[in-house]
Design a protein around this ligand. Structure first.
Ligand code: GLA
Length: 744
């Protein structure tokens, strides 16, 4: 990996074994983008890439040059109003009402490793040799706003991490009304746009369309990254697929309002913008004040979507997630939510835990309903003290009973929320987000605490820290069950109200940071009515997240498949629940529920005593199996093989680092009859290695399994009673290297 500056000092080339990123100071002193793609050799001059042909109707910057217009020149951080008419990366409102900016190059510096982003989650290095960072320094001579553009290239992977930092070096107040984390001008628009969208209980479905002239975007203005759209998009060449071809991923490490958009202009060039959603955003910078954007991570590959995803998985698993649990196998848990909802007593909980322990489960999680007057959704949020009528010895007593069983204890919180029927609200009614003289909308009878205020975060921190220091709590499920409305903070002046959404998220990050550093061995799982805040920002604090409230196995295939485009398997909370399923009323076989949930953190969300004895035995076997293969599932290399968005039969697999073990998950939604012969082409194996395949007596070489395929045929015919299959069927194929079976 290297960052090369040419002799003239105006061209920067960041490269490693896989990629090159090249930019150049333009004649008008703004920064031009020249290339991002597969590695090319360093060279002194690439100025031929600056496109300055005569274009009728374009406005020009220099009065001596008819060809130099920002309208079509590709840039690093485009501004509006000085001959570029595309959506800008930044907009600065000045005291005279002008929004024109002109950020001119004034220098650069190169830092080994990667500087921290103050108050924000970001990728990091453990050793400075893992990455290098170029900081390009620019300044607007009129507004006196200085701008630093950060570019980190990692030694491994086709990754460029970007962010921007502003500093008001002048005397006047400035307002940032848009400040993107990245602007990427691509020379053409021959791409498919992939987004990950849905709704509550059907998060991150893959949706694809062809890029077209005009603007296409996804985003959130809900205060959280949302179920509806994820802060992640991919542009792939139309001919690229999972296994080959060019693609670029764009991922924002942020949990609040975001925008991800591509604008294709008249000349078919594509500008990608990603960052905090500019709608409603207005950040005031007084003289001497700074603003840091969140980080965005771009990944380039010429080896298909699986390779793109694997690059994100590795980076986010190893250099975004942090702490004690980052590299550790995750405990198999049982959560009482779908077993009891609000209807529980201490004895009932202990009974569930006892039986779970007998099955081999390691962690018991007490969900919603243990605190204040919380016996239904109308009361209690904000009062983080145990309800003595339900838990006579408090959380300390219950946690001890669970520990005495030989299990760990986990607890649910929803720190950002309050019910009006709570002591906290009665004491501080002005602590919620609400706009004066307006109606305040509720969501599930709850209101959002104003986390842009430090005293609010302090108070919640005190309550949570008290429980965590008194009781043996090993895990926290941190929920967030509504979006923000009537956004306004009682303590900010009028000209800072546009800061509330972002300040809110900074408050959430602050609370996470305080709790995770004071209680470093507690495992945090983020949640937002399932997957409403399943984003890289959360992953920095909580190495796993509840992927979706939908625990039905068939639904989960799509949700987990879609989630896997960006997020590692170790980050996906996945549980076995009862049938008929509580969300969709579907009956799936117990083995299918487990076969899908193994590809995640794994756990149960049910009362085991409601199962038949036979099923209870099956659960024990499942847990034994997961313990045996947990490292492979959670930390192996994951491949998508066949998409549930396109096929009745879908498949995915994980391969161990040494390629000696692999597990293929195969799922068929609807059964068929007298079906064709089928094979599945596997990935990631060692061509020369001989593998035994469960469900098969023979052994096969890696090249056979990958190139000619693994046989998956079953006749599923009503004539063959011994081999009758059913709807919602699934299989796991376990591949193991045969001792002495390696040809190389
Ligand atoms: C949300 C979560 C659920 C559960 C409930 C409790 O919906 O996603 O898993 O914790 O809240 O109220």
């Amino acid at each position: 990996m290297s960052i090369v500056v040419n002799k003239a000092g105006d061209t920067f080339h960041l490269y490693n074994d896989e990629i090159s990123y090249i930019m150049k100071v333009l004649p008008n002193e703004q920064m031009g983008q020249l290339y991002f793609g597969k590695k090319i050799r360093p060279k002194e001059d690439y100025s031929y890439l600056v496109e300055t042909h005569m274009r009728p109707m374009s406005s020009c910057v220099f009065d001596t040059d008819k060809n130099f217009s920002m309208e079509y020149i590709r840039q690093e951080y485009g501004v509006f109003g000085t001959s570029d008419y595309r959506m800008p990366a930044v907009e600065v409102l000045q005291e005279n009402g002008s929004r024109i900016s002109d950020f001119r190059y004034c220098g650069y510096r190169i830092e080994s490793g990667k500087p921290k982003l103050s108050g924000l989650p970001a990728t990091y290095t453990e050793d400075a040799s893992e990455a290098e960072t170029l900081v390009v320094e620019l300044k607007d001579p009129v507004s006196k706003m200085s701008l630093e553009l950060f570019y980190t290239i990692f030694a491994e992977g086709g990754i460029i991490a970007r962010s921007a930092r502003f500093l008001n070096e002048g005397e006047q107040d400035l307002h940032l009304t848009s400040a993107m984390s990245l602007c990427m001008d691509l020379p053409d628009s021959e791409y498919d746009w992939l987004q990950f969208s849905g709704a509550w209980a059907r998060e991150r479905y893959l949706k694809t369309r062809r890029l077209q002239q005009g603007i296409q975007s996804v985003g959130s203005m809900r205060g959280n990254s949302s179920h509806n759209h994820n802060p992640f998009i991919i542009l792939k060449r139309p001919t690229a697929d999972e296994f080959q071809g060019e693609a670029i991923g764009f991922s924002l490490i942020y949990s609040g309002n975001f925008l991800a958009q591509a604008e294709v202009d008249t000349y078919d060039a594509a500008r990608v913008l990603m960052g905090i959603h500019p709608s409603g955003f207005d950040w005031k910078l007084e003289s001497g004040e700074e603003f840091q954007t969140p980080e965005a991570v771009m990944v380039y590959t010429d080896r298909g979507l699986n390779h793109l995803s694997q690059t994100y998985h590795k980076l986010y698993q190893k250099r975004l997630a942090r702490g004690y649990w980052r590299d550790r196998e995750r405990p198999i848990l049982i959560n009482n939510w779908e077993a009891t909802y609000f209807d529980f007593t201490e004895e009932r909980l202990v009974k569930i835990a006892k039986q779970a322990k007998e099955s081999g489960i390691e962690l018991f999680v007490l969900d919603d309903g243990w605190f204040g007057k919380r016996t239904n959704e109308k009361a209690g949020l904000g009062d983080w003290v145990a309800n003595p009528e339900r838990l006579k010895n408090g959380i300390t007593g219950l946690a001890q009973r669970i520990e005495d069983l030989g299990m760990k204890f986990g607890l649910w919180f929803e720190p950002e929320m309050v019910n009006k029927d709570s002591d906290l609200y009665r004491e501080y009614p002005d602590w919620i987000i609400q706009t004066p003289n307006r109606r305040t909308s509720h969501g599930r009878f709850q209101y959002v605490l104003d986390f842009s205020r430090k005293e609010v975060v302090d108070r919640i921190y005190e309550m949570m820290a008290k429980i965590l220091s008194e009781a043996k709590v090993s895990y926290i499920k941190w929920d967030m069950n509504r979006s923000i409305t009537e956004c306004y903070s009682a303590t900010l002046p009028a000209d800072r109200q546009g800061e509330v959404y972002h300040r809110y998220i900074l408050g959430v990050y602050d609370l996470y940071e305080r709790l995770t550093s004071r209680f470093p061995e507690v495992l945090f799982e983020s949640c937002s009515s399932g997957g409403g805040r399943f984003d890289p920002g959360m992953l920095y604090y909580a190495p796993q997240g509840w992927t979706s409230d939908d625990s039905d196995a068939v639904e989960r295939i799509k949700i987990q498949y879609g989630t896997s485009y960006c997020y590692p398997i170790s980050s996906m909370g996945s549980h076995v629940s009862v049938t008929p399923n509580h969300q969709i009323n579907r009956n799936t076989p117990l083995y299918t529920r487990a076969n899908v949930a193994y590809f995640g953190t794994f756990g149960y969300e049910l009362d085991l005593s409601a199962l038949t004895e036979e099923e209870q035995e099956e659960v024990k076997e499942q847990i034994k199996f997961m313990k045996q293969y947990r490292r492979l599932f959670q930390f192996g290399t994951f491949y998508r093989l066949q998409s549930p968005f396109e096929h009745n039969i879908s498949a995915w697999m994980v391969v161990s680092e040494d390629k000696k073990t692999a597990i293929v998950g195969w799922h068929r939604v609807l059964n068929g009859i007298n079906l064709p012969y089928t094979r599945l082409h596997l990935q990631g194996l060692d061509e020369d290695m001989l593998y035994s395949v469960s469900e098969d007596d023979a052994a096969h070489y890696g090249d056979e399994l990958m190139h000619l395929g693994m046989i998956t045929t079953d006749a599923s015919s009503g004539q063959d009673e011994a081999n009758m299959r059913q709807d919602y069927d699934s299989r796991l194929y376990i591949l193991k290297a045969v001792e002495g079976g390696n040809l190389s």
